[in-house]
Write a protein that binds this ligand. Structure first.
Ligand code: GLN
Ligand code: ZN
Length: 823
């Protein structure tokens, strides 16, 4: 009967394109690229610092690609993707491939062009960077104008196909789809009012047509076009763009099979639109979109009927969490799907970019925890095994896993063996998140049925949620009362200058921490090193004339991991690096149990810093939403409950800092926006509990204590209502890359608290000029009362050098003084 299904699929494919052979039975949507030992990070940074040549960098890239392809093939994966490698970012690569390179960035080689766009060059600011949907990966925002000349440029997708073929491998190139590419782009400066990048769809699709032709000529059988933007609410015009784009690409005569991948949620009203085009394969996320597709337990929804005759690439193994997949649930979903689709391919829910390489490297983890974990290579194993189980599962009755065939008896494969895969089903935390916990998913009941909704990818939250939250967590006086008490107590000038918290993490500091971990340095010697760094940072800030000082966070490897290491309920990995942007990686902790704070965490170093100066020193904490967002989180509790546990730990820390005489406490919540559900229907309830968690963490502070928060992004209009509800006294936000626009936002002008719109971009090594900062500050005091304007960089300084930081902060302080004299 399986053969019957396959031949139907083949016939279906034959109707649209003669070239297409059936999609292999298993694949992944993408794979990590930074290297298992962060080889790419090292190569990039050494190239940028002039320590190696472009040829050296290219050869590291080739080695990593070869390793990836051979690994995936070796793990038994049916279809291996290519073009998932990138020297910086796949959105940026797409812009370059389409020829969408603003003239100011053109450089001698494609790589240098990419780096110029991502990092800027002397005198040229880089493109904006922002978070990739609701993940902690950041992409570079392409700039598209009415005059952008699109033309195929470079040959990255094609050359990777050739490179793989030279190694004896056939691959499926992965491209960002045209609709998502344009929806993620921003209008080039100077574009006429009303212009949106999607207006250029026809031209962009033209370039994709040529690219598909080239790939077909190269013998490529399937191409993956990623369209994650389709899992957010889309307007009728945007859905129409989907229809036109794929109708056109589908009607090409010489082309590979088209596989359109969606992920991070369910397709909703985009599903019938896409299914109505000639694309042969559609990828659905049955982990994060499970509820939307009706896979939250019993049965599936009728909308799946539209998949008849299509190949469905079913993402049943999470590409984002690190828990082992529950094979029974996954298999049940696959079998149910098979009743509707022409063919079912087993896959990951999204690219494995978001998880570390290999749990086998984590020899220090408690074996009881390690058994429950699955990183990229284990997930590939799960996909392959599920494909085997699906193949053996009878049609059409519900599957019995016990009867799934001889494969379940295969002995001796500890992690990826089917026997252990089945074992995982009953263990806590090992469940496939078929119904993701918390309101994020709960509020998405078949959202496909709802009316076509809001324009942007993340719709603006209503202030309603905020009001509800305010009522829930009482404690502090109204802002004007607190502001007066703080003014009296702190006596700060207007346009007070400060930083976001971290100062450069020098190689020496990192080496000391590594030596401590390896037992080569004792705790006392390490503490002396930290103390010396704090002394240095305090002295530097006094010399520069900053008003509110920080201790510089030298003791922290990372703003989340540091807290995870000091809280119960978390485990940290040794090699579990995940790319955040470019060469930057994070090692997300694993939150696997109840969270508790056994002892104060930050009080000691904050107090030490305070003892060194008469100026106020800000205590520095990471907020509950961010700690959870940047960790891999247990899935046996609603996300909200986990966040509240963390909030209680932060609350205890706030109280201890206050008791130690720290009068300004910053609780960073840079990930507040990141966890925002992509569908509007779920956003309000998310914001309600996220805001409540923040207030729970901070509302014990007395009126004289000034609470600051920091957010790493700037879609001010979309988020400021919620930020206002956080009720922090001062908020610093990123804005240097889009300053003028931010200050024009009505939400900024109406912001009723202290606000520090970042005056320079810390992601780039460029040092800002005094006149530029001064001009921005003048604009800021036009928009807000000077007493509520704070002067700070966009974000923490840990990735910069002391030379850059000193020059940049000196310019910032000078500019603030000049403007202060005139207000
Ligand atoms: N306090 C942190 C720092 O300065 C904030 C970093 C962040 O927002 N990502 O490093
Ligand atoms: Zn930040």
């Amino acid at each position: 009967e399986d053969a019957r299904v396959r031949s139907t699929a083949t016939q279906g494919a034959r109707m649209t394109t003669a070239r297409t052979s059936p999609f292999p039975d298993s694949t992944v949507l993408g794979y990590p690229r930074i290297g298992p030992r962060r080889e790419l990070k090292r190569a990039l940074e050494s190239y940028w610092e002039g320590r190696c040549t472009l040829e050296d960098l290219r050869s590291t890239g080739r080695e990593l690609r070869e390793r990836t392809w051979r690994r995936l093939e070796g793990l038994g994966l049916g279809a291996v993707p290519s073009n998932t490698f990138s020297f910086y970012d796949q959105v940026l690569d797409t812009a370059v491939s389409l020829g969408a390179v603003p003239a100011r960035y053109r450089a001698g080689s494609p790589e240098d062009t990419v780096f110029a766009m991502a990092r800027g060059t002397d005198g040229v600011a880089p493109l904006r960077m922002t978070k990739w949907f609701d993940t902690n990966y950041h992409y570079i925002v392409p700039e598209i104008g009415p005059g952008t000349e699109f033309a195929p440029a470079g040959d990255k997708p094609v050359s990777e196909v050739r490179e793989a073929r030279a190694l004896g491998l056939r691959t499926r190139p992965v491209l960002l789809g045209p609709v998502t590419f344009l929806l993620l782009s921003q209008a080039a400066p100077g574009s006429p009012a009303g212009f949106v990048p999607l207006d250029r769809l026809a031209d962009v699709v033209g370039v994709y047509e040529r690219l598909l032709g080239e790939l077909a000529a190269e013998g490529v059988e399937w191409v993956q076009l990623d369209e994650p933007a389709l899992v957010a609410d889309r307007t009728g015009a945007e859905l129409e763009a989907v229809r036109t784009a794929y109708q056109r690409l589908g009607s090409l005569t010489e082309r590979p099979g088209l596989f359109v991948a969606s992920y991070f949620g369910h397709l909703g009203e985009a599903l019938p639109v896409l299914a109505g085009t000639p694309v042969e394969a559609i990828g659905v996320d049955l982990v994060h979109g499970a509820a939307g597709y009706g896979f939250s337990g019993q049965g599936e929804t009728a909308e799946l009927e539209v998949l008849a005759g299509k190949t469905v690439v079913a993402g049943v193994v999470s590409g984002r969490e690190v828990w082992r997949t529950d094979p029974q649930r996954a298999l049940a979903a696959l079998v149910a799907l098979r009743a509707h689709a022409g063919r079912v391919v087993v896959s990951t829910s999204c690219s494995l970019l978001h998880v570390p390489y290999d749990v086998e490297l984590e020899s220090d983890l408690d074996p009881r925890l390690r058994r429950r974990l699955s990183f990229a290579d284990q997930k590939v194993g799960e996909v392959v095994e599920l494909a085997g189980l699906l193949d053996a599962a009878p049609l059409p009755a519900a599957p019995s896993v016990a009867a799934a065939g001889p494969a379940t008896e295969e002995p001796g494969r500890e992690v990826m063996g089917p026997a252990s895969l089945l074992d995982a089903a009953g263990s806590p935390g090992a469940h496939l998140r078929v119904t993701p916990p918390g309101p994020v998913a709960a509020a998405q009941p078949v959202a496909a049925a709802g009316p076509v909704a809001a324009p942007g990818p993340v719709a603006a939250p209503g202030p309603v949620a905020a009001a509800g939250a305010a009522a829930e967590e009482p404690g502090r006086s109204p802002y004007p009362v607190r502001a007066a008490a703080q003014a009296e107590h702190l006596r700060l000038p207007p346009l007070a200058t400060t930083t976001i918290g971290s100062f450069p993490q020098t190689g020496e500091l990192r080496a000391a921490r590594a030596a401590l971990a390896a037992g080569r340095l004792d705790q006392d010697a390490y503490d002396r090193r930290v103390r010396a760094e704090i002394e240095h940072v305090i002295a530097l800030q006094e010399r520069l004339g900053l008003d509110v000082l920080v201790h510089g966070e030298p003791e922290r490897n990372d703003m989340v991991q540091y807290f995870a290491e000091h809280l119960e309920g978390f485990a940290v990995t040794r090699h579990g690096w995940v790319q955040s942007y470019g060469s930057r990686c994070t090692r997300p902790p694993i939150l696997h149990g109840d969270v508790r704070r056994p002892a104060p965490i930050t009080v000691r170093w904050a107090s030490y810093a305070r003892s060194l100066t008469a100026k106020p020193v800000k205590g520095m904490l990471t907020g509950p939403v961010t700690i959870v967002a940047w960790s891999f989180v247990r899935d046996d509790l609603p996300l909200r409950d986990v966040v509240f546990q963390v909030a209680d730990a932060v609350r205890a820390e706030v109280a201890d800092l206050e008791r130690a005489g720290i009068s300004i406490i910053q609780v960073d919540e840079p990930a507040l926006r990141e966890l925002m559900p992509l569908r509007r229907a779920s956003q309000e309830s998310y914001l309600e509990w996220a805001v409540r968690a923040y207030r729970r963490a901070t509302s014990s502070a007395g009126d004289r204590t000034q609470i600051h928060t920091h957010l790493c992004y700037s879609d001010a209009e979309q988020i400021l209502a919620a930020v206002d509800a956080l009720d922090a006294d001062v908020t610093s936000i990123e804005s240097a890359r889009s300053h003028a626009r931010i200050l024009a936002e009505p939400a900024v002008a109406g912001f009723g608290r202290g606000l520090g719109p970042g005056v320079y971009d810390i992601h780039s090594p460029r040092v800002p000029g005094v006149t530029q900062v001064e001009a921005w500050l003048r604009a800021a005091v036009e928009a807000l009362p000077a007493a509520r304007v704070w002067v700070n960089p966009d974000c923490g300084l840990k990735t910069r050098t002391y030379a850059q930081v000193e020059a940049a902060l000196a310019a910032m302080v000078t500019a603030a003084r000049r403007v202060r004299e005139t207000v």
